[in-house]
Design a protein around this ligand. Sequence first.
Ligand SMILES: [Zn+2]
Length: 115
Amino acid sequence: MLTLPPTKIISQAAQALLERAGDTREKNAINKAELALKSGMTIADCADGWLVASTRNEHVYRVSNVYGCPCKAGASGKACYHKQAIEILIEAGQYTMPALPRSRVVYEPDVSEWF
Ligand SMILES: [Zn+2]
């Protein structure tokens, strides 16, 4: 199971995707994905992508890097929230750099000021 990023990061990532979204359908899928992620949507990685549990029924969709999502919307080439949830997580990865432990941060004086 993937550990989801904090809700603040999910919000930031979803906002960035909304600003780049092409149409209303895509925006709706992003909104639904954001809500699903914040509500504890179940996602696990697999060999060719991710396993995404539907929030509506018992289905688990294999969202592939290559083939996209096999759900009804995804299979017909439309935006779906399963794929958008993955897009949000990928976008969120850009905002979640691991922090250095405090003891490893070393102050290095700028020696050019000394001369
Ligand atoms: Zn889907």
